[in-house]
Design a protein around this ligand. Structure first.
Ligand code: FCB
Length: 439
């Protein structure tokens, strides 16, 4: 039998996988690590499915060498991880915890030794609890604290990490942590949420400045969760509502970073006395937009909006019921970023799906194959997409869903901590080895 034809990617394209600190590391009390908002939240009764916590997670803190070998075996060329802020600064600021910092030095050394490019995210939602006790991102000071922490990381690893990402999905902190309240810190206050959103962006901008104040030549940007938004019908009402949702989902994050302003329609939709309008001070947007060398795109699916502003699903979902699966949406998103925001280098920092069969995850293979093909089409259309990180390298603590949702290429048996390739891992290994996807 002949092999199916394969779609070849550019020789410089990098294949990767992503994780985040609280979701895999465990070791929450080891070597002087301080608590984050997620430690506290996960231990509150009723917050997480089955009362799960990230206390042990995939025990990556202790098993990172094995995990590095796993990455090498897959052939990964890029690995996106996050740094736990309270592991490096147990109370968020002040004295550096050398042992915590050392873990990331060893991790980065291990990646470089295996020829895997490190992509380090500074904030994947784990605000130090000591800072949360002082208001966390609700206070403007937090942007400064974040930049100081970023400076510690740049001093330690500024040159060895070629790509830094400041924030992961500020939108999720705003929408889920501060509006729905189902993520840490579990608040339900939309107007406060929007203030938090602005302070996060300001923190991004100040962290970019902190990198540029060093001699490091590394690149820096943010990772946004973006969802192309479509009206469900041709009516003017649906078009209007889809535009509003696009403002919330996409433009309120992209415009400040790449145009140095919030979208007019988004600002106009805020109440005249909305606290966010006061939180945005002169000069902030210049800081936020000063330099974005790269944009990380987290893509999980599309959003369809009716004329009454309701979200409806026109494509299939997954066990993660917020996910509307549409590979074409990835093409639309990547080409739209180029059209509306210029030729910024892009990396897909997350893309994947939750699957229920622990080993035979053919649905994940189909998902990845079709999304890789969409990414390839976008490259053909002139989009500067440099790399792709599958979410996730291995099964992990999926926030409020605990361990009930499995997103990994690699299965983790959490009782024994044994790692086993799923079907998708073997399939991905071939994609990487051939730099091509079976059509
Ligand atoms: C994204 C998060 C990531 C993971 C995936 C499934 O929103 O950034 O940590 O939970 O969803």
């Amino acid at each position: 039998m002949l092999d199916a034809p394969r779609t070849a990617f550019p020789p410089s394209f990098a294949w990767g996988a992503a994780t985040s600190a609280y979701q895999i590391e465990g070791a929450v009390r080891d070597d002087g690590r301080g608590p984050s908002v997620w430690d506290v939240f996960a231990h509150e009764p009723g917050r997480i499915r089955n009362g799960d916590t990230g206390d042990v997670a995939a025990d990556h803190y202790h098993r990172y060498v094995q995990d590095l070998d796993l990455m090498k075996d897959l052939g990964l060329q890029s690995y996106r991880f996050s740094v736990s802020w309270p592991r490096v600064l147990p109370t968020g600021r002040g004295t550096v915890n050398a042992k915590g910092l050392d873990f990331y030095k060893r991790l980065v050394d291990g990646l470089l030794a295996r020829d895997i490019a490190p992509v380090a995210t500074l904030f994947h939602w784990d605000t130090p609890q000591a800072l949360q006790d002082q208001g966390g991102w609700e206070t403007r000071d937090c942007a400064k604290w974040f930049a100081d922490y970023a400076a510690v990381m740049f001093a330690a690893l500024g040159d060895r990490v070629p790509t830094w990402l400041t924030l992961n999905e500020p939108k999720t902190v705003v929408d889920v942590g501060y509006t729905a309240g189902t993520h840490a810190p579990g608040k339900r206050d939309r107007s406060l949420a929007n203030v938090v959103g602005h302070h996060l962006l300001l923190g991004h901008g100040l962290a970019v400045q902190a990198l540029r104040a060093t001699t490091s030549k590394s690149r820096i940007g943010a990772a946004l969760s973006l969802s192309p938004t479509y009206p469900t019908d041709a009516s003017a009402a649906a078009a209007r509502q889809a535009l509003v949702t696009d403002g919330e989902e996409n433009r309120r994050w992209l415009d400040p970073l790449f145009k140095g302003r919030y979208p007019q329609d988004w600002l106009a939709s805020q109440a005249p006395d909305a606290p966010v309008l006061k939180a945005i001070r002169d000069g902030d947007l210049a800081i936020i937009s000063a330099q974005n060398d790269v944009l990380g795109v987290n893509y999980y699916g599309t959003t369809h909006i009716t004329g009454t502003g309701a979200r409806v699903f026109v494509h299939p979902t997954s066990q993660a019921t917020w996910q509307e699966i549409s590979p074409d949406g990835l093409y639309d998103l990547l080409t739209r970023i180029k059209r509306d925001y210029g030729d910024v280098p892009l990396t897909v920092t997350e893309n994947g799906m939750a699957t229920t069969n622990p080993m035979r995850d053919d649905d994940r293979i189909t998902f990845l194959r079709t999304h890789f093909a969409a990414a390839h089409r976008a490259i053909q259309s002139g989009v500067k997409l440099e790399s792709f990180h599958v979410w996730s390298l291995m099964d992990n603590f999926e926030w409020a869903e605990g361990y009930t949702q499995r997103w990994g290429l690699v299965n983790v048996d959490f009782a024994s901590q044994r790692r086993t390739h799923k079907a998708s891992a073997d399939w991905y290994k071939k994609v990487i080895a051939t730099n091509s996807v079976d059509a």
